[in-house]
Write a protein of this length. Structure first.
Length: 285
């Protein structure tokens, strides 16, 4: 993406890189119980993993848009957009759950709000072009996942009009993705260690996701064709063939009619000649 995912200028320090912010968290952690400290790690894990995955999917959509640049309604574009919608809905539910879970614990609730603000700081360091191109998704994410007061708000999926077909490769890909997420969650729960990302971490992972998407598109759609243009071409081809057939039929009918007229004319001439010959012979007699 040519560093498109984040600011071309030197990124500003996000809150979690700010020494004052880190000191504040350290002071808070000293006042937390062991159970609360574990919950803090969970808070960070869910906020930043959701944030990262959203950026990954947006980067993937960007790759899809570029690959099918001449086909605004290609099904792959709709599928990529629906993935983002599903992630937004998932993030919204998780953040609503965390809000409900920590509302009675003032310390954890304060940390939850601080981490949301930090995620917003990361978001602000994305490139202006990316934020503008996918503004709608970022606005929904900030409102439904990073707001102080979260409400359940599910976004609707787009209709793809695709036939449901079993595909072993797609199924295996889904299973692999689920297993990867499960492994990450398992490692976190076992070790209780989670390193919060900075903007460079976010960019590198999203760039990797972007490149993998491009590779898969080049494999599965090596020569993208505008399906609408292709359909229009086929329709025009059929119309041309129908017109050619009709023209040929009309021409055949005209030739046949002309031939019939010529035959009728010659026949009439022969009859007239025969008539005059008979009439002439009668006169001689």
């Amino acid at each position: 993406m040519n560093n498109y995912a984040y600011q071309s200028q030197k990124p500003q320090k996000s809150l979690h890189n700010n020494s004052a912010y880190e000191q504040q968290l350290q002071v808070q952690s000293l006042k937390l119980t062991q159970k609360q400290q574990e919950e803090v790690k969970l808070i960070r894990f869910y906020i930043y993993e959701n944030f990262q995955f959203l950026i990954n999917l947006i980067s993937s959509l960007k790759a899809v848009n570029e690959h099918f640049i001449n086909d605004p309604q290609h099904p792959m574009k709709i599928i990529a957009r629906n993935k983002i919608v599903l992630q937004l809905n998932l993030s919204n539910c998780i953040q609503y759950d965390q809000q409900y879970q920590y509302q009675s614990d003032s310390k954890l609730n304060q940390i939850l709000q601080q981490e949301k603000q930090n995620a917003q700081q990361l978001l602000e360091q994305l490139s202006p072009e990316l934020k503008e191109e996918f503004k709608n998704y970022f606005d929904i994410y900030k409102t439904n996942s990073l707001n102080q007061n979260i409400q359940i708000c599910s976004q609707n999926l787009e209709q793809t009009n695709l036939d449901a077909k079993f595909n072993q490769d797609v199924l295996q890909s889904i299973i692999s993705s689920i297993q990867s997420v499960d492994q990450t969650t398992k490692e976190f729960r076992e070790q209780k260690i989670y390193n919060k990302p900075n903007i460079q971490d976010v960019f590198e992972k999203s760039q990797n996701y972007y490149e993998k998407t491009k590779q898969q598109l080049n494999i599965n759609f090596p020569n993208p064709i505008n399906e609408r243009q292709q359909s229009k071409f086929e329709e025009e081809k059929q119309n041309a063939q129908a017109l050619e057939s009709k023209t040929s039929q009309n021409l055949t009918e005209k030739v046949t009619l002309h031939s019939s007229k010529q035959i009728h004319k010659k026949s009439k001439q022969r009859i007239n000649q025969k008539y005059h010959s008979i009439k002439k012979n009668i006169k001689k007699k």
